[in-house]
Design a protein around this ligand. Sequence first.
Ligand SMILES: Cc1cc2nc3c(=O)[nH]c(=O)nc-3n(C[C@H](O)[C@H](O)[C@H](O)COP(=O)(O)OP(=O)(O)OC[C@H]3O[C@@H](n4cnc5c(N)ncnc54)[C@H](O)[C@@H]3O)c2cc1C
Length: 470
Amino acid sequence: MNVDLKQLTRDLAERVGEENAFSDRPTVLAYAKDTMPWDVEAHHMPYAVVRPADARETAAVLAYANDRKIPVHTHGSGTSLVGLGRPKTNAIVLDTGRMQELSVFSERGYFEVGPGMHIGKLRKALAPYNALLPVFPGSEPVATIGGSIAVNTSAHAVDASIGKPGDYVLGLEAVLPTGEILQTGTQSTRKPAGIEATKFLVGSEGLLCVITKIRMRIIPRPHMANIVAHYRSTEDILDTVMTMYRQGVPTPLFFEYLDEKAARIGFEAVGLAPPTGAVAMMSMHSATEAGCREKARLFLEFLQGSSATDSRIVTDEAEWGKIWSSRSEAGNYVYRLGSTFGSEVTPRVDKLKEAFREAKQIILNLESVQGNEFVSFGHIGAPTIHAYAFLPTKDIPNEVKKAVTLEVREKTEALNVKYGGCGGEWGLTAQRAGFLMKKFGPAYVEVLTRLKRAFDPENILNRGNLEGWL
Ligand SMILES: Cc1cc2nc3c(=O)[nH]c(=O)nc-3n(C[C@H](O)[C@H](O)[C@H](O)COP(=O)(O)OP(=O)(O)OC[C@H]3O[C@@H](n4cnc5c(N)ncnc54)[C@H](O)[C@@H]3O)c2cc1C
């Protein structure tokens, strides 16, 4: 596509202001990359970056791009771990960062927020209203609320405990690629029944619209009680999760684990004695302190009947802070100190152990690369198995990175097909479009494709993500 960059930048500046339209190389390069380890290639480079102030300016940019069939990629903070965050074609990147207005209507039981506000900042702003923000990615200091609602990811929180953030979204302001501004949902705390557009747009991964405002219910912040449990092996933790669901034990809000290697790395990093086995950490929640204590006591009783070698309620906040951050330290190890190729396997609970064993074997026997480590940690209570192939170097040719990505993805996706899973937090398109075909077949993919076409006839939004890439 031949695009006159100077003219494009002038036209965009007319719509969002000169100070919010960029096409200089350093700026566009920063938006060409996401958190994934593969290199930026020519087709990732944006034509330009715009930072609209609101729905009206967003509509002006989209209508302009749509008329000229220029792709537009929506950017929250670009922290998505599965390729959603990187433009797949040369495109206008639409950065939501200026849309950060927050209005709290406690008398109506909800708040409204612009998509560009960082999750950590929003959590702080909601604290005086005693509100729980039901979104907890490890990236919360930088990830945006818009990115999280666009993917519908609850991260640490166990779905069976409080559900997904989308369950709390009452309505949206969203701009269609053709430039119309939609208002969806309700101002009541009661969500509409039946067919209603909010349901299609939450979790639409930037394929159908740009979300410019989110209306979310205020959830009273619960009390929490935290538990740490030590196990000889990761497999013993998996047994506990399976038993928890089988016996109908109330699921914790957070139920995280560190496998043997991640536990050692994480605990050492925060200055705690390295454990000899694997570690699980759980947070129980309840409306009252007494209710929380009782819930934690009952869960501890359950753990003491499991194969945990030691389990206890952690009352010292400083100690819990260290235990909890050992998990992000393990994350820093795999994300920062080398090249990591991650997978998300969400099997049927009764197949958790089989799926974990197979995932481990896949990672340890890759054909595309040798010498990698197997590391696993994350939201096991959900249940999610993150099986990481970690190479302790960043110095790998791009072709090898792509080959490893493909192999890890295809083989672990086959586990999701085999064991009934569908992924729970990383989005279903971009890297995973082929998975949808394997799991659900051509009729399903055709419905998605038609839905996309109905909203976005020129396929300008996040072009390449639904088609799949690599
Ligand atoms: C260290 C680290 C830890 C993480 N931990 C977790 C975790 O525990 N659980 C988890 O689920 N994820 C986790 N993530 C992934 C990521 O942070 C989340 O997916 C996050 O929700 C993405 O937010 P973002 O603002 O970066 O969105 P982006 O990556 O910018 O965008 C994600 C997708 O949403 C679209 N989008 C963004 N904003 C809008 C909008 N306003 N309207 C329409 N579409 C939009 C984009 O086009 C893209 O397709 C982690 C990432 C890192 C780097």
